[in-house]
Design a protein around this ligand. Structure first.
Ligand SMILES: Cc1cc2nc3c(=O)[nH]c(=O)nc-3n(C[C@H](O)[C@H](O)[C@H](O)COP(=O)(O)OP(=O)(O)OC[C@H]3O[C@@H](n4cnc5c(N)ncnc54)[C@H](O)[C@@H]3O)c2cc1C
Length: 423
């Protein structure tokens, strides 16, 4: 039987990052169920369009992580972009975030939002759910005109089932002072005010992570199918491998199944996102990189414009539709509805679709709530104690960015020492 010190499952950003930061000369193997690396950070090139698995925007907060990637890429490969994003509200464009730009709404909506903000009820500090936090912090108007319908479309769930901090640092908080000040002195800065985008798509960052790795150690088209925690043996579709440490980016509940750990399946919920990448014959609006769509009569919750990032002459969109995990997906059947909604939203105007592609991300957004996080922490610690380290957006069952994935992987890999191989 084969054996290795570090068996990495999944050649996405998390798995590849672990391989990069393991101690020099470490004995590692990686198995990836698909034919290529990258996970959700892959790129499709089709008919002259460059598409990702919906837009992937990179906001590096740690210059050393960005430098690590850039050192392994051709130097002129990355766009630096000042973000422009908006909300489509009753046929007009409103700057994002909604709560800081209510003065741009039609007058009646503005007055309602301002009134409800001032007379909001409840204490955000004692709010338990995401929905309670929205009402207590921002009032009924802002919540019901944008935050609730938008997030219900995205998460495809009842917001009272999510933790108040379900979005962590990705939620644009604003208090009443910020909101009023923004009416005279606009400052819509957020965690993603600037972003980078590789010219060849998100996959270029994955190529950077592959740059120093011995390709022979990565086995594609090989899926992990079970783990014997007692003997520390992984069974894949191709072979059995003994390991000292197993690092997994497999979605956490799936990993519990593979390890034979019992758990309450109802605790772990998530949405899936149906993404269409759409290429058209001519240019559309040139201002925004993406637009939020809270209106329930449009099937998608967000539309992004690759062409306004890449500065290309034909409109190139991604559109995202949030779905419950067991929802049926009719890719060809939904496309006419998507195209009709784009026209009604004024995003297309006699544009001809010349190329398209679609993908279902499942899971896409984990539903973060108290009971699932409590169960996760216990089971994650139990697996870690047995040498199985679950990381990444889905292995770690959380909302995070690619940079977060790289940081987490580096922290884990650099904590391994030859002594830790003996556990
Ligand atoms: C709609 C959407 C938009 C996003 N936008 C952004 C963004 O703008 N900026 C940003 O920074 N992040 C963004 N993200 C997050 C980003 O995609 C993830 O953080 C990142 O791709 C997660 O990498 P990962 O390696 O942890 O997981 P994954 O990318 O899921 O990789 C896991 C890998 O494991 C493999 N695998 C799974 N099971 C097995 C098995 N049993 N055996 C073998 N292999 C297996 C999979 O095939 C996959 O290759 C977005 C995510 C979504 C869903």
């Amino acid at each position: 039987m084969e054996s290795t010190d570090y068996l990495i499952v999944g050649a996405g950003v998390s798995g590849l990052s672990v391989a990069n930061f393991l101690p020099k000369g470490a004995d590692w193997r990686c198995v990836e169920q698909l034919h290529e690396a990258g996970g959700y950070c892959r790129t499709i090139k089709q008919d002259g369009f460059v598409w990702d698995f919906s837009g992937h925007f990179f906001h590096f907060r740690h210059p050393d992580i960005e430098q690590f990637l850039r050192d392994r890429m051709p130097s002129d490969e990355v766009f630096r972009v000042d973000k422009s994003s908006s909300i489509l509200f009753k046929g007009r464009r409103v700057d994002f975030p909604f709560q800081k730009n209510i003065h741009q709404l039609p007058q009646d909506d503005f007055i309602e939002c301002l009134h409800d903000l001032y007379f909001r009820e409840g204490d955000p500090d004692t709010a338990e759910t995401f929905e309670q936090m929205l009402y207590a912090k921002l009032g009924r108007g802002i919540t019901e005109k944008f935050l609730k319908p938008y997030n219900e479309k995205l998460y495809a769930c009842d917001l009272s089932t999510l933790d108040k901090d379900a979005m962590g640092r990705f939620f644009p908080h604003a208090d009443i002072e910020d909101i009023i000040r923004n009416m005279r002195f606009p400052d819509n800065s957020s965690y993603n005010a600037h972003f980078t985008y590789p010219k060849g798509g998100a996959m270029e960052y994955v190529r950077a992570l592959l740059h120093d790795l011995d390709d022979e150690r990565i086995a594609y088209n090989e899926r992990l199918i079970s783990v014997d925690l007692q003997t520390k043996t992984a069974r894949t579709t191709e072979r059995e491998i003994r390991f000292k440490h197993l690092v997994s980016a497999v979605p956490f509940p799936k990993m519990l199944d593979l390890c034979g750990v019992e758990y309450d399946e109802d605790l772990y919920t998530w949405n899936k996102v149906l993404v269409y990448n759409l290429g058209f014959d001519k240019k559309g609006q040139t201002q925004d990189h993406w637009v939020y769509i809270p209106e329930r009569d449009k099937v998608f919750y967000r539309v992004g414009f690759y062409d306004n990032i890449f500065q290309t002459p034909r409109m190139s969109l991604y559109i995202e539709i949030g779905l419950e995990p067991n929802a049926e997906v009719d890719i060809e059947g939904t496309l006419p509805r998507v195209l009709a909604d784009l026209e009604r939203a004024g995003i297309t105007d006699g544009h001809q679709l010349v190329s398209h592609h679609s993908i279902v991300l499942d899971p896409a957004y984990v539903h973060v709530n108290g009971p699932s996080q409590a169960d996760f922490r216990v089971k994650h610690a139990e697996l870690t104690a047995q040498g199985v380290h679950c990381i990444g957006r889905y292995g770690g069952w959380k909302y995070c960015s690619i940079e977060d994935n790289i940081l987490e992987a580096r922290a884990l890999a650099t904590q391994f020492t030859p002594a830790s191989d003996d556990i």
